[in-house]
Write a new protein. Structure first.
Length: 325
């Protein structure tokens, strides 16, 4: 059987793991199969070494767009820390559109989705990227359907992955797609990685609530919420702290912070829950009370909605040894 060529397009300042991680998964699949199922190639955008974001250098096997005649089974675009700001030559975007059109499947790791978007390859598709730039991706390419919590997404020929290490998850999912679950499980075991990662990527998000914003009275109210998450923070009570009517307070708060008061309060409380789950062995009932949730069920529902996994699973994956529910 002929091997399938998997190409990783890497621009200057690329994140090294976005390239090396998927390549190692495919290379391990070759070992597990005892033959070269995948022929691997790194594609650069100019002759010479590619300097990565860590300062290490990669040597490309092919150069785009001068290698436009090259055809691949799979083409993935690796991400870079500032990919969402990168100026990409029209010739490279044209090459990417053409190469993707001739591939069986194409996709991206992390912020590599921005390059696919510039090439018009995300329109009408479900797509994910790193949680920190997902909103930017959705705003820049409104025809794409961005799903911020997903680790990996498949939509037609498009395959996209969330941030950095999710490139390994994506590559493993492609191995499973090609060679079946048994080979993919053996690859995962050899690389000491989860065959299927639990939960979505929002469990890793550290965005939370940014610094207090808006006029000074609103900032004071925000600091009070953050310092006392268990208290009653209804609109009426918060408005009274600022000397505004509830209606005016709600309108001004949303205009100046970009969030409703209720959304802000829940965000603060979820961040407080995460800190307790990560650092302590407090029972979940106590966590709920300390963070302003009426009961454990209310906490679980809010946590699932915001973080994409249960408090129990979050603690299992993120807490120090010895923590419990």
């Amino acid at each position: 059987m002929t091997s399938r060529t998997v190409a990783l397009l890497a621009l200057p300042d690329v994140q090294l793991l976005d390239v090396a991680g998927p390549l190692d998964v495919f290379a391990e699949a070759n070992i597990q199969c005892g033959r070269e199922v995948y022929a691997l190639a790194v594609v650069g955008s100019a002759p010479g070494p590619i300097t990565t974001s860590s300062g290490r250098r990669l040597l490309p096997d092919l150069i785009a767009p001068t290698e436009a005649s090259s055809s691949f089974d799979t083409l993935l675009v690796a991400g870079a820390p500032r990919m969402h700001e990168a100026a990409v030559a029209p010739e490279l975007l044209a090459w990417l559109r053409d190469a993707a059109g001739r591939c069986r499947r194409y996709g991206s790791v992390c912020s590599g989705a921005f390059l696919l978007g510039q090439a018009g390859l995300l329109d009408g598709r479900r797509v994910t990227t790193h949680w920190a730039v997902a909103e930017r991706l959705a705003a820049r390419f409104p025809a794409a359907r961005v799903e911020v919590d997903a680790i990996c997404l498949f939509d037609g020929p498009l395959r996209t992955a969330a941030g950095v290490t999710a490139g390994l998850d994506l590559a493993l999912a492609l191995v499973e797609e090609d060679l079946g679950a048994e080979i993919a499980r053996r690859v995962a075991a050899q690389l000491v990685m989860f065959f299927k990662r639990g939960g979505g990527q929002m469990q890793f998000s550290r965005r939370g609530v940014s610094a207090s914003s808006g006029r000074s009275a609103l900032q004071e109210a925000q600091r009070w919420v953050a310092a006392h998450p268990a208290e009653d923070h209804g609109v009426e009570r918060l408005a009274s702290r600022t000397g505004m009517s509830p209606r005016h307070f709600a309108r001004v708060f949303r205009a100046e912070t970009g969030m409703t008061p209720a959304a802000y309060v829940e965000t603060v409380r979820i961040e407080a829950v995460r800190r307790l789950l990560e650092t302590g062995d407090v029972a979940l009932k106590q966590v709920a009370g300390a963070c302003g949730f009426r009961d454990v069920d209310t906490l679980r529902r809010a946590f699932m909605r915001r973080v994409g996994t249960t408090p129990a699973e979050y603690r299992r994956l993120h807490a120090a040894p010895g923590s419990r529910l």
